[in-house]
Design a protein around this ligand. Structure first.
Ligand code: ASP
Length: 434
């Protein structure tokens, strides 16, 4: 008997998403008591948590293998330097475009003027508890100076950084230090031409293949995880806050959409020589994963898989660009931070001078590089920027209620941006080798 054809994973994830959203909305609209919702969520939430943990479980081993293999595949250090510089130049230029789009939108539509003082106060006090976790985080408190942060990227003990990679209270380099360590091993591997080094590389290759298989298995569970994550989100979102901030939410989503479908399409077509429609179809599973997990790091495994199996990009380019990009190339985050800072300035009637606006642009771009690829990773960084332009950090309380939904959308942009970069840089490399 012929086995029925399996439903493609992106359809299954989409189904999970719809089920989660519809069920969450029904619970909200039916006016179910928040205490009952909390006790339902006590059982539903672990399903999503297990899914996230299953993915995060693979991220560090994956970064380790992908970077060693990505770099180790270059026959010469010159190629690595070229790809590194190209990735850097590309990241900075495209981030500038994204922040300019965001800042133009927020200046034209002014979503911050007209929010009544009373609702502002109410939102700030309603989210005071969550605000505490942001202002108490080591990123915000800047317990490390900038030079210290740079030094911590070079790990003293890489295992310590691996262990603490997702620990928000960790003071070391974390995931960037893990990348540094893996890059060093990869670089050394290029020049060690012994049989044993080849065996080491083959082992890492084998490990990488097995990790990919684990990820494929985990993605089979994704529809349930995604349904759970979205159910919890929708059933607990305060829609009154959403309504009060609807203009701001609309401006952020519209700006993200312009960058995603405008800038990226243009880059793909002109520089990457690839049809944007085909590209977005090929990365649908990646976008769905980014949307439901709100984490670029958690989406890295799916992105690497799509680059290899669907976009058919050369492994050495995609492994390097996607892995490094999952933490450092975050156009969605940069755009979001630019909009939100100016929005909050509008809310508090603070007139930012031209110099301060330029500062917002520059810091937002840097923030895109320095933000952890985890849910809500940009909030502590944003608190720092706010204070540096003279807005109280507590102002973030205004947007916390809608942040998760915006986080889902900006993470899609962050991850699509990494894949767009991988397509463009692969094309440049292809031309170079002709
Ligand atoms: N959640 C985002 C990401 O992982 C980071 C952020 O903007 O909060 O890409």
């Amino acid at each position: 008997m012929k086995r029925p054809k399996a439903i493609p994973v992106h359809y299954r994830i989409l189904t999970g998403m719809v089920v989660g959203i519809v069920a969450g909305a029904i619970v909200q609209l039916a006016g179910v008591d928040p205490v009952i919702i909390a006790s339902i969520n006590q059982w539903v939430k672990p399903v999503g948590d297990v899914f996230l943990r299953l993915i995060f479980m693979m991220v560090i081993p994956l970064i380790f293998c992908a970077l060693i293999l990505g770099v180790g595949e270059f026959s010469d250090l010159r190629y690595l330097r070229r790809i590194g510089l190209r990735t850097l130049a590309y990241t900075i230029s495209v981030s500038i475009v994204s922040v300019i789009i965001g800042i133009t939108m927020v200046t034209v539509f002014k979503p911050g003027s007209g929010i009544p003082e009373a609702s502002r106060q109410q939102m700030v006090s309603q989210y005071a508890e969550q605000m505490k976790s942001i202002t108490e985080s080591p990123v915000y408190n800047r317990e490390r100076s900038i030079p210290d942060m740079i030094v911590s990227i070079v790990p003293r003990n890489p295992i310590e950084d691996m262990v603490n990679a997702f620990n928000p209270a960790y003071q070391g380099g974390g995931i960037l230090a893990v990348m540094f360590f893996s890059l060093m091993i990869g670089i050394a591997l290029i020049s060690v031409k012994s049989e044993k080094a080849a065996a080491f590389k083959a082992t890492i290759e084998g490990f990488y293949e097995v990790i990919m298989k684990v990820i494929a298995m985990v993605m089979d569970f994704a529809p349930f995880g995604v349904a759970s994550l979205l159910f919890v989100l929708i059933s607990t979102t305060g829609w009154d806050v959403m309504l009060a901030l609807s203009k701001y939410v609309a401006v952020v989503i519209a700006a993200l959409a312009i960058h995603q479908f405008g800038t990226y399409s243009l880059l793909l077509k002109v520089l990457g020589k690839k049809s944007p429609i085909e590209f977005f179809k090929q990365i649908d599973e990646v976008m769905l994963t980014a949307f439901s997990t709100s984490s670029s790091n958690a989406t890295l495994p799916t992105a690497l898989r799509a680059a290899q199996d669907k976009l058919k990009l050369p492994k050495r380019v995609s492994n390097f660009v996607l892995t490094v990009g999952s933490t450092t190339n975050q156009n969605g985050t940069a755009l979001f931070e630019g909009i939100t800072i100016l929005f909050l300035a509008q809310c508090f009637n603070i007139d930012l001078t031209f110099g301060k606006q330029i500062m917002v642009i520059v810091i937002s771009i840097l923030a895109g590089v320095g933000t952890a690829g985890v849910p809500g990773g940009s909030l502590p960084v944003m608190a720092i920027i706010l204070v540096s332009v003279g807005i109280p950090a507590e102002a973030i309380g205004i947007i916390i209620g809608v942040d998760r939904i915006l986080d889902m959308c900006r993470t899609v942009l962050n991850v699509s941006g990494d894949l767009t970069a991988a397509v463009v840089i692969s094309e440049w490399e292809r031309k170079e080798s002709e």
